[in-house]
Write a protein that binds this ligand. Structure first.
Ligand code: DUC
Ligand code: ZN
Ligand code: ZN
Ligand code: ZN
Length: 488
C-alpha cells in the first residue's frame, strides 16, 4: 500500500479560507497544497472533483471505555474510534477518570485502554476530589503527560461532584499551570433534591430524568462557575451547553470581556425532550444524558448561538450504553446510565443542521468541527488544518450525496442510535487518518494500535486574550489602612 497520496481536483477548505487545490501526502504528513501538483505513478491518486477536502473532525468531548454509574460504556477506544473515522472524525479528546481519586492511576488505566486506538487521541482529566496529592499530580499531568485541561463536575452528588471550595482550588491550580479549566455545570445538590421529589411523585421513568434537573439548574451552575473563574481571572470551558439558560450566561460573560468557551454537543443542537415520554422504556432511556436533552426551543437557540459565535466548537459527549445496560434503570430513572452516541454522526449532523440551513459557512463548519478545538487545546496547526507540515488527517466530503443513520449500519457497538432513521445532505466519502485511507467505499480499514497519543502542551494565556494573567483580584489591593482606634 502506497504511503504517498495525491488528492486531486477538490476544494480545500480551512477555517479561514477555501481554494481549488491538490493535496500531496507522504508518510502521514501533508507535504504540499496547491493547484495542479504532478506526481509519479507510485502515488495513489484520489479524485475529489466537485467535493470538499477538509481537515478531519476533532471531537473535544468523548467517553470511551468509561466506567460510569455501575456500567462500562460499550464503545472501546477501538470501536468508538472506528465509528468516528467512518463519520469523518480523525481525532478525539477523551476524559481520564481518576481511580479512587488518584490521577496517575487513572492516567495509567487510560493509557492501557487506549492501546486499542486506531486514530489519534488526546486526554482531558476529571478532578473528583482535592488534596495536596491531587494538586501535585495535576502538575505532573501537565508537565510530563501532555494533559492541558481538567474538568470539574458540579453535579453527580456523592460520586464525581466537587463543591465550590474545591472548584476554586482547581481553578487556581489550572491557572498556575497554564491549563484550561472545564466544568460540567449543573447544581448537583438541587438535582439530588429534584430527583427525590420526582420519585416521591411516582415519576420513576426516563421523563423524570429531565424533569428533575431543569434548565434553571444548568444556568445557575454555569453562572456560578463563570463568576468563580472571573474571581480567579482564568479562562473557563463549559462542556455540553444544553440550555438557553447556560448559553445566555456565557454570552453575558463574553460581553463583559471574560474568556468563557461554550461547547454545544450534537444531541443538544438537534434533539428535543419529546422522546423521553415514549411509552417504550428503552426507546426513551436511550436519550437519557446529563444535562438532559431540553425542549425544542433550546436546541434552536443553541444553533443560533453557534452561528453567531457565542458557542465555539461542537462535541458529542459520546458515551454509549446498550439496551441491557440502560435497563438497569427500568424502575428508577436515577439508575439509567447517562449517555448518548454521536462520534460517528457529528460531522454529518452539524453539516445538515448548520450548513444546509444557511447558519454556518463551509469554512465555519471546519472551524467548529476541527480547527477551533485544535487551537484551544494547543495542537494547531499540527491538527485542524490542511497545510504543508500538518498531519494528514483529511476528509473528502460530497455535498451532493446523502447520509443515513441507523443502528443497523453504524459502527458503534451500541445496539441503538439516538439519531435512528435520520438522513440528510452531505456525506463523508473518504477519511484519511495519519496519512492512510481508512474509510472509502463505505468500508473501514482500521488497525488497532495505529493511533497516536497527541500530547497537548500548556497554554500561553495570551492566546486566551488574558493579557494580565499575573494580576488577580487580591494582588490589586494595597496594605490595610492604618486606622486610629479613636472611637473605642
Ligand atoms: N453526561 C453524560 O450523559 N454522560 C457522561 C457524563 C456526563 O456528564
Ligand atoms: Zn490559499
Ligand atoms: Zn458532563
Ligand atoms: Zn461528558
Amino acid at each position: 500500500l502506497s504511503s504517498k497520496i495525491l488528492i486531486k481536483g477538490g476544494t480545500v477548505v480551512n477555517a479561514d479560507h477555501q481554494e481549488f487545490a491538490d493535496v500531496y501526502i507522504e508518510d502521514g504528513v501533508i507535504v504540499d497544497v496547491r493547484p495542479n501538483i504532478k506526481v509519479s505513478d507510485e502515488f495513489r491518486v484520489v479524485d475529489a472533483t466537485g467535493k470538499f477536502v477538509m481537515p478531519g473532525g476533532i471531537d473535544p468531548h468523548t467517553h470511551l471505555a468509561m466506567e460510569f454509574m455501575g456500567a462500562e460504556t460499550i464503545d472501546s477506544f477501538f470501536s468508538g474510534q472506528a465509528a468516528a473515522l467512518a463519520g469523518g472524525t480523525t481525532m478525539h479528546i477523551d476524559f481520564v477518570i481518576p481511580v479512587r481519586g488518584s490521577l496517575s492511576k487513572g492516567y495509567e488505566a487510560y493509557v492501557e485502554k487506549a492501546k486499542l486506538s486506531c486514530m489519534d487521541y488526546g486526554f482531558h482529566m476529571a478532578i473528583t476530589k482535592w488534596d495536596d496529592t491531587v494538586s501535585k499530580e495535576m502538575e505532573i499531568m501537565v508537565k510530563e503527560k501532555g494533559i492541558n485541561s481538567f474538568k470539574f463536575f458540579m453535579a453527580y452528588k456523592g460520586a464525581l461532584m466537587i463543591n465550590d471550595e474545591l472548584l476554586l482550588e482547581g481553578l487556581k491550580k489550572c491557572k498556575s499551570l497554564g491549563a484550561l479549566a472545564m466544568v460540567h455545570a449543573e447544581n448537583g445538590d438541587a438535582v439530588f433534591e429534584g430527583q427525590k421529589r420526582m420519585i416521591e411523585l411516582g415519576i420513576t421513568g426516563p421523563e423524570g430524568h429531565a424533569l428533575s434537573r431543569p434548565p434553571v439548574l444548568e444556568g445557575e451552575a454555569t453562572a456560578r462557575a463563570i463568576r468563580l473563574a472571573a474571581f480567579v481571572n482564568t479562562p473557563l470551558y463549559v462542556v455540553h451547553v444544553m440550555s438557553i439558560d447556560a448559553m445566555e450566561e456565557i454570552a453575558r460573560a463574553q460581553k463583559s470581556g471574560q474568556k468563557v468557551i461554550g461547547e454545544p454537543v450534537v444531541s443538544g443542537l438537534v434533539l428535543d425532550d419529546s422522546t423521553l415520554w415514549d411509552p417504550d422504556f428503552i426507546t426513551a432511556a436511550k436519550f437519557v444524558m446529563s444535562p438532559p436533552i431540553r425542549a425544542s426551543g433550546h436546541g434552536k437557540a443553541l444553533q443560533a448561538a453557534l452561528s453567531t459565535g457565542i458557542l465555539k466548537l461542537v462535541g458529542t459527549d459520546h458515551c454509549t450504553f446498550n439496551s441491557t445496560q440502560k435497563s438497569i434503570g427500568i424502575d428508577d430513572f436515577r439508575k439509567i446510565p447517562n449517555g448518548v452516541n454521536g462520534l460517528e454522526e457529528r460531522m454529518h449532523l452539524v453539516w445538515d443542521t448548520m450548513v444546509e440551513s444557511g447558519q454556518l459557512s463551509v469554512t465555519d463548519f471546519v472551524r467548529v468541527t476541527s480547527t477551533e478545538c485544535a487551537k484551544l487545546f494547543n495542537i494547531y496547526p499540527r491538527k485542524g488544518a490542511i497545510r504543508a507540515g500538518s498531519d494528514a488527517d483529511i476528509i473528502i466530503f460530497n455535498p451532493n450525496s446523502t447520509f443515513h443513520i441507523s443502528a443497523k449500519s453504524h459502527h458503534s457497538k451500541s445496539d441503538t442510535n439516538v439519531y435512528e432513521g435520520r438522513s440528510g445532505k452531505g456525506k463523508v466519502e473518504v477519511t484519511i487518518a495519519g496519512g492512510k485511507i481508512v474509510w472509502e467505499n463505505e468500508e473501514l480499514k482500521v488497525v488497532p494500535g495505529s493511533g497516536k497519543y497527541i500530547s497537548m502542551p500548556p497554554f500561553n494565556y495570551l492566546y486566551h486574550g488574558i493579557d494580565k494573567a499575573d494580576e488577580n483580584y487580591f494582588a490589586s489591593f494595597k496594605a490595610p489602612v492604618n486606622r486610629i482606634k479613636s472611637s473605642l
